[in-house]
Ligand binder design. Sequence first.
Ligand SMILES: [Zn+2]
Length: 382
Amino acid sequence: MNPLLKGLNQKKDEMLALLRQLVELESPSTEKAAVDRVARLLGDCIAQRGGKVRVFPSRQAGDILRAEFKFTSGRAAGQILLLGHMDTVWEMGTIAKMPFHVAKGRAYGPGSYDMKAGIVIALYALDAVRAAGEGMRKNVVLLLTADEETGSKASRGVIEKEAWKSDCALVLESAHGPEGALKTARKGVGEYEIRVQGRAAHAGLEPEKGASAIVELSRQLLRTLDFADEKRGITINPGVIQGGTRSNVVAAEAVARVDVRITRLADGAKLHRRFMGLKPFDKWTKLTVSGGINRPPLERTKATAELFGKAKKLGRELGLNLSEVAVGGGSDGNFTSALGVPTLDGMGSVGDGAHANYEHVVISELPRRAALLARLILELGK
Ligand SMILES: [Zn+2]
């Protein structure tokens, strides 16, 4: 067996224990104090491993943790960025209904797969790099954010600043599917709000004096569906709609929120113009459109394909036959990729059930994925 994997296999129980600790410390994006507790625990773990910890305080969201691992004694020839997030989509108290537990070789719990196991994998991979790290010429920066699940508004600037200084970014989001495929493309994500102001009137006595915000909004939403383009990978989903007061009143107000996804960055500007250019069908109504693309797509560039090629080759030594996938969901890797930094995503755990009540990771894959990450860091850091 590969010696690196053998060493990490011996750490499997330790990895599981740390995962348990992280899962049991709940950390919804919206609870700053809770996410900060996870940051403090991880800060201690990192300091014990010889990482230099810096905290970027945030007022709205949880603090961001930046850990630098120096593997070179002299001047480094570059930097490898590992990107993860400490927040989850799970409300405080979920752990009581969905406790951490192990069954049939899987570890269940809120936030286990997305993506606390990815953080555990990174820490043990860095231990292995340190142990094997002769010949590393680059340093590694592990950046752990606290608001990924709510759109990374507070952390985007820090992520981008770090990405500029990095030769590549490896994203610790979970791998895809039972085979644990890596992610070389992700769609870009945007959200628009369409608000309609109509005129209220009695639906029976004088409907002609009204202008229905609901009817107008319905027509607008049907129009936005035309912006979708299956071939180009553009999707439109009006996911939320609200409006009206009673069935016998012509609705004065209605609002909808629409999720949009794009595969190519260039499509974003055109789509934005189309949303902003929406005009009322009924001139007695008023339209207000706001929003935009908030995550550019992670496009499969040549450099990203090369990174995947390296990972695939190294994976073979570890008994992995890695494939690559394009997915519709966004991650913080979208930001680094849009800056032209070669980005490989899905370097975290193997499992299933992100954001679902059966969320879990495959325990035997924890050391193997840590070995893969370590091998890739050693290769890229030469
Ligand atoms: Zn995630």
